[in-house]
Structures are given as structure tokens and as C-alpha cells.
Design a protein. Sequence first.
Lengths: 254, 214
Amino acid sequence: MEDRNLLTIEHMKKHFGDTSVLFDISLKVNKGEVVSVIGPSGSGKSTLLRCATLLEEMDDGSLIYSGRYAAKSEGDKSVYASKEDLRKIKRSFGLVFQNFNLFPHYSVIQNITDAPISVAGVGREEAVSKARQLLDMFGLSDKENAYPCELSGGQQQRVAIARALALEPEILFFDEPTSALDPLLTGEVLSVIRRLADEHMTMVIVTHEMEFAREVSDRILFIEKGYVVEEGTPEELFASDNPRVRDFIGSIRK
Amino acid sequence: MSTTFMQLLSGMVVSVEIFLLTLLFSLPLGLLVSFGRMSRNRILQGLVKVYIAIMRGTPLMLQLIVVYFAPFYIFGIPIAPEYRFIAVIIAFSINYAAYFAEIYRAGIESMPVGQYEAAAVLGYSKSQTFFKIIFPQVIKRILPPVTNETITLVKDTSLAFVIAVAEMFTIAKQISAKQASVTALMVAGLFYFVFNYVVAFIMEKFEKKLSYYR
């Protein structure tokens, strides 16, 4: 795989009121890499993802997508790029939410095609055929005209992944994509993500599924209390001497 | 007898006109007012709050009188006969816009933040997010309270009698007094009831139409 850098986060800091959530997070993701972010609840994993996807503004640090600055640290605070630049940068990533957040008034196919048509300016026919391809790939061909409320959680999440992929992002973020699902439905969503990993889709996955993270990730980031405690390959992390990491992995795997 | 009937019929037409024109103006106006009410601009938000408080806190009958006589008492403009009907439409529209604004606000504020976030990440602009994603769902949510207001409006049209607009109730009352009989008023009562039955029927159809999703 080429070593092109898609995402660089440097010294990201974020606090809400008096509570600091992220103290100093740095992360580099290259094209084709799958990076998992693990750590206990409240460790700042989701905030990291929300700042990286511009849903939340960080206080300090830099955020760089393919060499373009979305935000640059200048004198102890982040200065964000212009709205116009941010709009372009947003096109380079997608996000899959824990709660799917499908549009309930749109059918499955509308959910997937509407953003390409009305945001990216793709022609309707092209958008529809691309959406059908994705649905086919995810085993949802027969659900094209269903509405989200008629689908199981696992199916909804697969549609949400298809919706994000339809915009052809360079990098796809997942915010605990299976936390709202029971084990059976979790499996079908994980197999979709696994398939994307096989196709060398660049992904950053916040997850509690240790075995899954171990299996698909090129690197795993262990975060606790707003710091990166350890970073490494799955082998390195699962063999870590760090007691915090061992405790966490041990408690989750039981 | 037939002239009585014709008079009642013309009253019905005026009532229906008041009803339709009020909805036509107050529904969009209410949306604008709700934007002001939710504005981050404190001054605008404060002004809109005062406006809503006055509209909801004083009798519509009084508002009708004020709107009708204001041009004369404040500006000294003589009141033209055709202003009578216009005053009714103005007073009803600004009154109902205040109620509708609060209904819109409740609907908009009940939308889960995840819908906005999903739209933001997909690259929708603010206005696309509102008109494509948020507002269609808001309409579904607010249909029941809007039906309530609409039914109240049908009956409220009778308040126009206070500035002697020849709508259903005004005419029925005149006929009833002249004939020393309550028949005309009964006919008026039946009219309002049937009118509302139709309104409720139509609104139920709308709700059914939007029940394809949850």
C-alpha cells in the first residue's frame, strides 16, 4: 500500500466547560489503513471522532486531511479554515453513527442517493446505480424501497454505511457502530466492515469489540482520560505490559 | 324563506373565506415567527416573545377591534368599508401565527440532534438540512396540534361579528332576531359542526398520508 497520509491529528485538545476531555491526542492515518480506537467509557474516544469529523470544534491542535489544514494550532488554539475550505474537506470523509441516524422519511434508496444528488451533484441515474451496487454488496437488494422503521438495527446500520460510502469518502469513521445492536446483528455489521477492510478502505473505528479490532486493524490506539496510553499493532497491544491496557483488554474479553 | 337561505349562504361563504385566508397567511407567517422565537439574536427573540405573549394573552375579539379601529385612532385615517374584511384577516392571521409559531417551535426542537449531525457530515447546507431533512419530519409531528388550532379557527371566525363582518354568525344572529326564532342560529351551529367535520376528515387524511414512516 502506498504511504499517502490521509489524516493527521496533532495535539488535539478539547474541554467542555470545566471538564477537559481530550488532553493531547495525535494520530496519523495513511491510505488503506484501518485504525481502531479503544478505551473505557468516558475516555474521549467519541469526542475525538466528533472533533475529527468537524461536528465539534477542538480547542487546540491541528487537523489535516490529505495535506489540507481543516484547523491549525496557532498560539494555543485551533484556527479553523474558511467555511468554503471546510466544505471541500468534508467531502473527503464519512461518518457512521452509533444510532445510525438514517432519515426516517426517506426510503433506503433515497437515504443513499439524496446526498450524492443534492450535495455532490451526481446525476440521478448514476447515483441510483451506485446505491444499488452498494445494497447488493451488503445483501440489502430487496430493501431498496423499504423505510428505515421497517428494518432491523443491523440492516439500518448497513444502510447507513452504504449512505456514507455513496459519497466515495477517502476515509470512513465509525463511532461505536455496533453498540446499539444485539450480538446477532453486531455480526452482520462487522462482516460488512471486515469486507471494507479487505478492500483496503481507510477506516478509523471507535469500538468495544476487542476481537474484531484485533482482527481487522493495522493499528490500535488505546485512549484513557484524554491521553493516548498506547498505540501499536494488535499483536503489540494485546501483548502489552502496560497494566491499564492489560486490565482493560482482560475485562472486556471476559 | 329563500332570501333567508341566500343570506345564510352568503354568510357561510364569508366564514369559509376568513378561514382559508387566515390559514394561507398564518401558517407561513407562523414559521417565520418561530424562527425569530428561536433566534440567537436576543433582541429579536425578546421582541417575538412579547408579540406572542400579547397575541396569546389578550382576547382575539379585542385584537379584532384594535386592528379595525387603529388606523383611525392612531393615524386619523378614515375607515373604508372594505377595510372591515381586511382587518379581520390581519387580526386572525397575526393571532394564529403566534399559536402556530409555538407549535412549529415545539416540533423543530423535538427533532433529534442526530438528524442535523448526519446531514452535516453528508455535506448538506443549512437550508438543505432544514427543508429536506428537518421540516418534512416536523410537519408529521405537529399535525395533531395544528388540527386542533384549525378546528378552533373554524369556530373563531364567528368573532368577526364584533366588527360587523357579514359572516355566518353575524347573519344568523340578525335573522334570528328578526324572526324571533332560533332556527337560523341552529342552522349556523350545524354549519360550524359540518365544517369542522370536514376539516378533521381532511387532516386525518394528511396524517394517514404521512404514516408511512415513524
